[in-house]
Design a protein around this ligand. Sequence first.
Ligand code: G
Ligand code: G
Ligand code: MN
Ligand code: NA
Length: 254
Amino acid sequence: MNLENDLRHALNREELELHYQPKVSGHDGSVVGAEALIRWRHPRLGLVGPGDFIPLAEESGLIIPMGRWTLVTACKQYMLWQAEGIAPDSVSVNVSMRQFTDTSLLESVRDVLETTGIPPGCLDLEITESVMTGNVERAVSILNGLKSLGVTLSMDDFGTGYSSLNYLKTFPIDTLKIDQTFVRDLSHDTKDAAIVTTIVTLARNLGFNVIAEGVESHDQLAFLIGSDCPLFQGYLASRPLPVDAFTEFLRSRL
Ligand code: G
Ligand code: G
Ligand code: MN
Ligand code: NA
């Protein structure tokens, strides 16, 4: 068995699928967004998570066509939700470092906007702080290029990487996603609580939106709402769901 070889065929054999996790307002439970999370339905191994194949896809370069497939699939799906009148404000797609630095990214995004007709402001790209570790001028220029297409940008896993506040100032991003490691022990760890309130203040003062990840309990949510961070993602609202189940979730929240 050779996983890399299997992965090579996964796209053509239509073994990849996107699950979606809602981004929710803690005030009224309304769904403001959907994050697309890739899964591989392997014929023998069953459902394989991205942690087990994204690194392989990055090494082999397969991440590039796979990333294109993810963009197209998520945007087409968004347009189906829109046609049904149940679309949230946006759909988010994760973009890894290798995809980010690939010269074809801008063209892929431009192309998907054109072919699917998704309003650019309804497509959100999630990047990580690792883009700050390479050539920063180049990173800023890529981000500006994406912004000029009208899509929004989220900084994923914020607080876990090289978060140079200096770079943050020059990055044209829209949203900070507070990493789940800070949220996990929020209710008992005063340091995590301090970090979360500080990130929220930072985001507010810089004019960014902010959302918390990995929210599992009402206690965590209550703290976040009290800290002016009502938007969240996490098992408390829903696990990532296969597309049909997620569509039902959207219908139920209307
Ligand atoms: O729920 P989960 O196991 O799906 O996600 C694990 C990791 O995989 C997260 O860091 C997430 O950002 C990443 N990931 C999920 N889907 C995609 C995708 O379509 N593209 C990329 N590059 N990363 C993804
Ligand atoms: O893209 P990102 O690195 O943020 O990926 C999010 C990861 O977190 C995915 O693997 C997703 O399945 C997982 N996740 C989402 N909500 C929760 C949660 O409430 N608790 C935990 N432990 N993991 C979560
Ligand atoms: Mn993400
Ligand atoms: Na994250």
